[in-house]
Design a protein around this ligand. Structure first.
Ligand code: SF4
Length: 73
């Protein structure tokens, strides 16, 4: 089991945005560019949009980076 401090909630790439009653806080991982969804039909047109992957606050992966000190843009 991973330590709490290496979970998505503590990662610089994670943005908590929503809460699920079963999974708790959910957010998007922005470590990489958004992925294009499967095209969906809207009226006469098919469209796809970019989506960042959703993860739970307690998820983790090998690309974790701590939030660290704020840096100037
Ligand atoms: S999936 Fe990995 S890189 Fe993305 S927020 Fe979670 S720990 Fe960070």
């Amino acid at each position: 089991m991973e330590a709490e401090e290496t979970r998505c909630a503590a990662c610089r790439w994670w943005g908590g945005e929503w809460r699920d009653d079963e999974k708790g806080p959910l957010g998007t991982c922005r470590a990489h560019a958004p992925r294009t969804s499967q095209p969906k039909r809207r009226g006469r047109f098919d469209y796809a949009r970019g989506e960042w992957p959703w993860t739970a606050a307690t998820d983790w992966c090998g690309e974790f980076e701590g939030k660290g000190a704020a840096t100037a843009p």
